[in-house]
Design a protein around this ligand. Sequence first.
Ligand SMILES: Nc1nc2c(c(=O)[nH]1)N[C@@H](CN(C=O)c1ccc(C(=O)N[C@@H](CCC(=O)O)C(=O)O)cc1)CN2
Length: 287
Amino acid sequence: MSARILDGKATAATIKQELAERVAKLKAEGHSTGLGTILVGNDPGSAWYVGGKHKDCAEVGIESIRVDLPEETTQDELLAKVKELNENPACTGYIVQLPLPKHIDQDVILEAMDPAKDADGLHPMNLGRLVANVNRPMNSPLPCTPLGCVDLLARHDIDLNGKHVLVLGRGVTIGRPVGLLLTRRNVNATVTLAHTGTTNLPELLAQADVIIAAAGVPHIVKADAIKPGAIVLDVGVSRVDGKVTGDVDPAAAEVASWISPNPGGVGPMTRAMLLNNVVEAAERNAR
Ligand SMILES: Nc1nc2c(c(=O)[nH]1)N[C@@H](CN(C=O)c1ccc(C(=O)N[C@@H](CCC(=O)O)C(=O)O)cc1)CN2
């Protein structure tokens, strides 16, 4: 049996249509919606992702402000740009493309952002709100990839209540926040967070109802390692011979009940959730 596909590309297209309507409504009421991006350096992958964000903005009617800085930009110069976007009223939300060059302290930059404009949901204040709030609706931006995972499952009517979810990876952009989102009361999953120090990965993989693979290790999840009928989200992105390669061996589709392709799964959802955060910020400003 072949798994059903968690089609991130099609789902993201639907979300973008919904967002375009919300942006048009804001505009009709006299409120602008604008995404800013700051890119430091010449990494072609990062430049491609930033280009995609501005293309998405154009599709849904969001204004875009693009700041591209050279690799040798100092931390103080970057902080000055962050301050500019904090103060720019046309920018309702913005991101600093990661990773930053090694000579810049990512934590210092993220902390300098206005939490209300943090379109990635990675400011410590916003991550702290996610930690603190288990019950009430969230009224602050959430990290885009975790939100994309949860929304992709919800829009395919997959109920995680009572399910055992294994998250592979403890990074601050995906692994840790996705665990927090999944254990909120409205989702109610039970989460195990596995990482490079985990000693019983085969046992955990064999038991999990849902696997969220965000380790960045090509094909670390093999078909014969997972439980028949498991739901598998492949979030990892590596390049092997220039080709995007996920954490999940494609043969796992013969064992899983649902699987997200990679590319075409969680990546497009990450992009859609960024737009969602920008629109929500504009709606909060308009209240
Ligand atoms: N400030 C941020 N930096 C980074 C983030 C982030 O969410 N915020 N995530 C990644 C890069 N990223 C967005 O910035 C991103 C990565 C991948 C995709 C995507 O749609 N991927 C496609 C495949 C693309 C390809 O062929 O290379 C897919 O999955 O279908 C979107 C966004 C690190 N930095």
